[in-house]
Design a protein. Structure first.
Length: 359
């Protein structure tokens, strides 16, 4: 879900700001009745920050019941249900001081970030399944760490705005526009960093935000909740069980390996970091990592990829498959950059799955 980060643009005194919003998705999240996690309230010096936690109540005595309740009651974003959502509106102001009849400078730059994080709340009933309360507590701490990371990106952007605008000088008639433009560049960069953070952490999964992961020794967690850019859909003239059993061989034929499984959702995934090629295919043919601020060559930097395949029973028979790739480039001298899939890897996996089923 996910998570929303929302930033409002720089606003000088007596100026009317426009609204900029940026959204990134968090797939899994939870909250329990527990002491407040201090990471949620940590803000850099100079940034005025406040975090408000909003809860929706869930019930359940078993792992599956709790998971189902969170999926059913979680926030709805663009038609997709998520379990947690974060909004972090940011506002900035400054004072303009005259240095001469035409020259001015900026001082007293202030930035405020008011984060709102929506999470489920659960009170363990007396007959709770053994181990459920401990897993909830573990999951909560991991999720809050992930959510705090999104809040921190907004807060860091606020600090960058303060550092960039403090002492800025120029023609009085142009200074306000120049300052706003600089701040918007920082806000836009933060938007890209939010997406890159989700891709790099697999929406918190690498940070332990997978409900039930502490219960099992095998790696099982909820995968992508919905389609993303580059998503490829297809149909298979076989039962769900037949398609599911053929999935490991299809991954292997695509030079991938399943390292994440959600059996209840019939979803599997593989996460790899590549440089240059995947097999014989250049990475640049698989993802596009260009942004308004950077255009790294995907063939020359490390790129983390997470491929998800999800199966659903079709009507009146057969099975539908949805393949999605998330990717993030990791230049050695810059922040991670979210990449867009070109759909190549998703198509290869779909074709490999079809080949396995006609044998």
């Amino acid at each position: 879900m996910p998570l929303f980060a929302m930033m409002s643009p720089v606003r000088p005194v007596a100026a009317t700001p426009a609204l900029l919003s940026l959204t990134c998705a968090v797939l899994v999240g939870s909250c329990a009745s527990a002491p407040r996690n201090p990471v949620l309230d940590k803000y850099p010096a100079g940034v005025s920050g406040r975090t408000t936690i909003l809860y929706y109540d869930v019930d359940g005595r078993t792992f599956e019941a709790l998971r189902a309740d969170m999926r059913r009651l979680g926030p709805k974003v663009d038609g997709t249900t998520f379990i947690g959502e974060t909004r972090s509106p940011m506002r900035w102001t400054w004072r303009t001081e005259s240095r001469s009849s035409t020259s001015c400078s900026i001082s007293d730059v202030t930035v405020s970030v008011n984060a709102q994080i929506t999470l489920p709340r659960w009170t363990p009933p007396p007959d709770t399944e053994p181990g459920l309360a401990d897993e909830w507590k573990r999951f909560l701490a991991a999720l809050e760490t992930h959510e705090a990371g999104h809040k921190d990106i907004s807060a860091k952007a606020g600090q960058d705005i303060i550092d960039r605008l403090r002492g800025l000088s120029g023609l009085c008639s142009q200074l306000g526009t120049r300052a706003n433009d600089l701040a918007r560049v920082i806000a836009d960069r933060a938007r890209d960093q939010q997406a890159a953070y989700d891709a790099a952490t697999r929406h918190g999964l690498t940070q332990g935000a997978a409900f039930g992961a502490g219960r099992f020794t095998s790696l099982t967690f909820r995968l992508l909740a919905g389609p993303r850019p580059g998503t490829i859909r297809g149909s298979l003239p076989v039962s769900l069980e037949q398609a599911w059993s053929a999935m490991p061989a299809a991954f292997a034929a695509t030079q991938l390996a399943i390292n994440a499984t959600d059996s209840s959702a019939h979803a599997v995934g593989d996460s790899i970091t590549v440089r240059g090629t995947i097999g014989t295919v250049p990475v640049s043919e698989i993802v596009d990592c260009s942004t308004p601020f950077a255009r790294p060559n995907p063939d020359s930097v490390a790129v983390a990829l997470f491929l998800t395949a999800r199966l659903e029973a079709g009507q009146p028979s057969g099975t539908s498959v949805t393949n999605t790739v998330q990717a993030v480039a990791r230049p050695s001298d810059a922040a991670p950059i979210a990449c867009r899939s070109r759909g190549v890897l998703e198509r290869r996996l779909l074709e490999a799955l079809r080949n396995q089923l006609v044998r």
